[in-house]
Design a protein around this ligand. Structure first.
Ligand code: 5GP
Ligand code: ZN
Length: 114
């Protein structure tokens, strides 16, 4: 989608280093990390937010979870623990309206979040 930052990043137009890429998703480091490990798992196809998910997107979201598990192992946070978060809407803290999943770890995370 034109003018969508994460569509541009996923298309390789922003010179972003990917830590992982396949036909469905890209994974890269958050520009403003909130933990020692802070990755963004981003579907290549534009979906604005969780509210826009369709039943047929189930396989894609399942794939995101499989990649999160793989990245947690790769970044050595699988044992210590981590969090996978997707913010939705203003109250959820979403700032980029292309669905994405934050993978956070490497320190003890607070619950509930602020
Ligand atoms: P949200 O606030 O929508 O849940 O998450 C958006 C995330 O994207 C934020 O954590 C923000 O730091 C990150 N971000 C915004 N612009 C860029 C960028 O150009 N490059 C990277 N790597 N991350 C970005
Ligand atoms: Zn997009």
């Amino acid at each position: 989608m034109k003018d969508c930052l994460f569509c541009k990043i996923a298309a390789g137009e922003m010179d972003t280093d990917f830590v992982y890429e396949d036909e469905k998703v890209v994974v890269f480091e958050d520009i403003n990390p909130q933990a020692p490990v802070h990755l963004l798992i981003v579907p290549k196809r534009h979906i604005s937010d969780l509210n826009s998910l369709k039943p047929e997107d189930g396989d894609l979201i399942g794939h995101v979870y499989q990649i999160a598990k793989k990245m947690a192992a790769k970044f050595k946070i699988a044992e210590s623990g981590y969090r996978l978060v997707s913010n939705c809407g203003d109250n959820g803290g979403q700032t980029v309206y292309h669905i994405h999943f934050h993978l956070l770890g490497g320190r003890e995370l607070q619950w509930p979040p602020g």
